[in-house]
Design a binder for this molecule. Structure first.
Ligand SMILES: [Ca+2]
Ligand SMILES: [Ca+2]
Length: 214
């Protein structure tokens, strides 16, 4: 039998939990995402998956052979115009960034001065995304995660290696990289962050509690 004092105690406990949760969730929504340009700061987790392209089949050559679609364990890639190649040697400054590896994704339309629009479709909603971009030497490549961020990648010198990462409290399933007029860009060590096992039950539980309160 639940006595009145105990009943009020548990109701108070639930209300306090929901209030704290509301503040946390509201706070996260006000700060929907964080950009990382230093790899050592990026919050990789045990559930992060990193695509190194080391197991991918070689595809295309330096001068020809781009395709529009490729599929990997954590995402599908689509380009327009077709610009996807997998190479194992440096190409005009684009290169592998995997320690001990050689293969990387090369964005090359085979058209001088013409880049591509690359769309990622993640296989599950993710809370984080990062990659290495190499040979960003034209100052107009833009990364967009729809509804969350638009980021213009600053140009570096020929053959530069640029880390970029993003995390959000709001899950997302798409990302886009528009290389505009940069016709040679390398991509490697792409990571996606999916929820920790302990968190997967927590989000629906939290929403259920908030719904009951209202
Ligand atoms: Ca690699
Ligand atoms: Ca370039």
């Amino acid at each position: 039998m639940v006595t009145f004092p105990r009943l009020f105690f548990f109701r108070g406990l639930r209300l306090a939990f929901v209030s704290v949760l509301t503040v946390v969730m509201t706070g996260n929504r006000l700060n929907a995402g964080t950009v990382y340009t230093n790899e050592s700061d990026f919050p990789f987790t045990q559930k992060s998956h990193i695509e190194t392209f080391e197991s991918a089949s070689l595809s295309g050559t330096l001068d020809s052979g781009a395709v529009s679609h490729m599929s990997f364990a954590s995402f599908d890639l689509f380009t327009s115009p077709a610009a996807l190649k997998i190479l194992n040697s440096a190409a005009f400054g684009a290169h592998n960034t995997t320690s001990g590896g050689s293969r990387y994704l090369y964005l090359d339309t085979d058209l001088g001065g013409e880049g591509t629009i690359l769309n990622y479709t993640f296989s599950v909603p993710v809370y984080g995304f990062s990659l290495h971009l190499t040979d960003i030497d034209v100052d107009n490549t833009v990364i967009e995660i729809p509804g969350l961020i638009v980021y213009q990648v600053p140009a570096g010198t020929d053959g530069n290696d640029c880390f970029w990462g993003f995390t959000s409290s709001i899950p997302f399933t798409q990302a886009q990289i528009n290389t505009q007029s940069d016709s040679s860009v390398g991509i490697d060590d792409v990571s996606v962050v999916i929820p920790e096992p302990g968190l997967s039950w927590f989000v629906p539980f939290a929403f259920a509690l908030l719904h009951r309160r209202s």
